[in-house]
Every structure is written in C-alpha cells, then in structure tokens.
Design a protein around this ligand. Structure first.
Ligand SMILES: Cc1ncc(COP(=O)(O)O)c(C=O)c1O
Length: 433
C-alpha cells in the first residue's frame, strides 16, 4: 500500500537567495524544517482572522486552527498575562484552575467520559491514549485510516502514515480506507467502513496483536476531510466486540469547529472510550488533554503515576478556560455553522470543472481539485498551484488528502461573512490566473 505524505504535500524549500532570514534559518535549524509556499510568508502580527507580514501587508488566515478563537484574542491574552504575572507551577501542587477547567470541559462530553489528564501536544496525548488502551485491553493492535496523522512521538508516528518520509506504520497497526464521501455512495459509507475495520481487527487478532484500539480523527482531516455523519457507529461496535476501545482524536474537529457540536464524535452519535484534544484548546498556548471513561483509564492510572512538567499548569489552564469563555460568549459554534455554510455555498457556486467537490462541516472545508469531474482523477499539481496563487493574493490555505489535491480551508472560528467574500473573490481570481 502506498502512503501519501501530508508534510511533503505542504513542503517548500526556499533557497534563501536574497533573504538572509531564510538562509540563516536553514543553516541553524537544518533540513528537517520546511516552509509553506513558493514565496515564504514572514508574519509579525495577528488579529482575529487576519495576519500581517513584515511589510505591513494584511493576509486572510484561512488555515490556522490553533489560534481558533482568533489571533491574539484579548480575553485569552489577558487571562494568560494575569496568570503568568501571578503564578505558574505544575500539577503536583493544588490549584483551582485545573479542577475548575476539568469540570467545565467534562461537562461538554458524554457523561461516561468523566476523567481527564493533561499534556502539551496532541502527539503526547495520543501517545498516552495508546498506553491507556493497551493497559485496558492487554492488546497492542491499532486500526487507523490510510492517511491518518496523530502526531510525532515514536508511537504516534507509528499510527501516522501521512507523515511519510522515513517513518512507517507499526507492525501492530492495520490501515483502512477513510469514508470517501466523493467516491463512495452515501448509503454505503458506514457499512463499508465498518466492514473494513472489522477485517483489519480480525487480522490483528490473527497476527497475535489483539485489538487495542481504533483511533480516528472524527473529520478525517489528513485523509482529505470527510464530514459525512453519522457513519462511525458500526465500526466502533466492530472494534468493541473484538475487545478494543474507540479513541476519538479531536485535535482537528474539536472545540466547536464543525459548527454542529463541540466535538466531532457527537456528529456521529457515538460516545468514545477515550477522547484526545489539543491544538485549538489554548489558542496558541501549548495545552492538550486526554479524557476517558474512568474504568478505561483505571489500569493505567493505578499502575503508572503520571506527571507532565508543563501539562495542565496554571497558565495553560487559564488559556484553556479563556478559550471556552470566548467560544460560549462570542457564539463561535453558531458562527462556525453559519459562516461555514456560506463559505461552502460560495465555493460550490463557482462553476469550474477543476472543482470536483466542495465538502466539510462548519469551518472545516475541503475542496477537491480534479483533472476531470467525470473520472474524479486527482490533480495535485493544480491544487498546489492554487495554494500558491492564493498566497500571492494574500490568502493562506494548504492541502491534504492521499493525493495532496484537497484544498484544506480551516480558518479561525471568528471568520466573518466579509472574510468569506474576500476568500471567494481571491479563489475565483486564483482559478483564472
Ligand atoms: C488529528 C491530529 N492529531 C494529532 C496531531 C498532533 O498534534 P501536535 O502537533 O500538537 O502534537 C495532529 C497534528 O497535526 C493532528 O492533525
């Protein structure tokens, strides 16, 4: 099976000629670090959904889900500054911040998901989730999707085929196709996915690994953004009936992005055994969490004392609490729904045979670029050209999917109707360029 490489699809290696910052960066950071765009962007300031470069040029940020409630949101900045000026320690001292936040966070989840642990990155919490699942199930086999991306620790990389390069999936990992809403009839998606998962799980049992978990990004973002729901129920059942647990990776769809619920799994009507989340959780402050059912967590929790130096510290918790405040107070769930619908409608109204499909949920939008809408043959080159043509028009996006041909449009949740107009105008020009 061939794997894509989402990093390569979005990698550019500017030569640095005429730009000392690029040349020095290359010399000091080495070749593992890549840049976005043929013409790299040098940003110095952000506000809401807008970014400003070193020359003061304004960009439309249609890509960043970390500064999810808007770049430099004043409420988050104030909460972080105040806590930083007061105290920052770790979770081996008592502090109200972590307890009060945990109460709020767990209140957004199904009742049975009732405990939560903290780290700094999505990779770390997925790594932790794998350990929790293995101790609970006494099995090591994992089912993932074909172009999954779950992080960059050793064990997260082993379940992240889309990171490609010199890394590869583990021997204890089986890969299934994502629910491709563009190529598989809607009525067949759930059953096909469940059959594939059941087959993969049986293979893991035959291989002596047993079934520890299925881990799924509930909007299948690196796979190409497949938002059709509900389709996960039967697959989850197939995993549970073989002894495994279901880990919902909410690093991408979580925190109101889909416009339908705080969590991507909610759209599928399933309660996960473990939920992992990160990126948008602190609007730029590194904070990640793993929530779980207490009985799933128990074998790990009683067997392994957990400490993470930075995870869950008072400043991180202040940021995370401020993010929840903004989502609630500024109505960002509803905004993601309304503005996301307008964005998809605007894009769907652009009549161009290169646009094979416009899909997504809320403010997670995918545009599949094809050579021919009849054959649906992916056009990676044209997708890449469009990304760069948009960048020239000061609009920032990237690509995803197995063939690197799906435009990934994932702006901060404060994206406005005016931003949608800006995006659609620039996109029309980029197509014509
Ligand atoms: C679905 C998903 N899970 C986990 C991760 C890893 O998160 P982090 O980069 O914070 O380690 C990513 C990163 O892109 C991701 O997309």
């Amino acid at each position: 099976m061939s794997f894509s490489n989402i990093m390569d699809s979005n990698s550019y290696t500017a030569d640095g000629e005429g730009d000392p910052l690029i040349a020095t960066r290359k010399r000091l950071l080495g070749p593992a670090y890549r840049l976005f765009y043929d013409q790299p962007v040098h940003l110095v300031r952000g506000q809401g959904a807008h970014l400003y470069d070193v020359d003061g040029v304004r960009y439309l940020d249609a890509y960043n889900n970390v500064a999810s409630v808007g770049h430099c949101h004043p409420h988050v900045v104030a909460a972080v500054s105040e806590q930083m000026a007061t105290l920052n320690t770790h979770t081996r001292y008592l502090h109200r911040g972590i307890v009060e936040y945990s109460e709020r966070l767990l209140a957004t989840m199904p009742d049975e998901v009732d405990q939560v642990m903290y780290a700094c990155t999505g990779s770390e919490v997925n790594d932790l989730a794998l350990r929790v699942a293995e101790m609970r199930t006494q099995a090591t086999g994992a089912v993932i999707t074909r172009d999954a991306c779950h992080g960059n620790t050793a064990s997260a990389t082993a379940i992240s085929p889309s990171l490609g390069g010199a890394t590869s999936v583990g021997a204890n990992v089986r890969v299934v196709d994502p629910p491709d809403t563009y190529r598989v009839p809607a009525g067949e998606l759930a059953a096909r996915f469940a059959d594939d998962v059941a087959r993969a799980a049986d293979e893991l049992i035959e291989g002596g690994y047993g079934v520890s978990c299925m881990i799924v990004d509930t909007i299948f973002s690196s796979d190409g953004i497949y938002a059709e729901a509900p389709i996960l129920d039967a697959a989850v059942e197939a995993v549970r009936s073989r002894g495994g647990v279901f880990i919902a990776d909410e690093v991408q769809p979580g925190f109101a992005r889909t416009g339908a619920s705080m969590w991507g799994f909610d759209r599928h009507g399933v309660a996960p055994d473990i939920v992992t989340m990160g990126k948008p959780m602190g609007n730029g402050i590194p904070i990640a969490a793993m929530a779980a059912k207490a009985d799933v967590l128990e074998p790990f929790a009683v067997g392994v004392p957990y400490f993470n130096t930075f995870g869950g510290n008072p400043v991180s918790m202040a940021a995370a609490a401020a993010v929840l405040d903004v989502i609630e107070n500024d109505g960002l769930l509803a905004n993601a729904a309304t503005v996301g619908d307008a964005l998809r409608s605007g894009l769907a109204a652009i009549n161009d045979p290169r646009i094979g499909d416009v899909r997504g949920a809320g403010l997670y939008v995918g545009v599949e670029v094809v050579r021919d809408p009849e054959t649906k043959a992916p056009d990676r080159q044209e997708a890449r050209r469009l990304v760069n043509a948009l960048r020239e028009r000061h609009v920032l996006i990237s690509v995803c999917g197995h063939d690197g041909n799906v435009l990934k449009i994932r702006p901060p949740l404060v994206f406005s109707m005016a931003d949608v107009d800006w995006f659609c105008t620039a996109f029309t020009e980029a197509l014509a360029a």
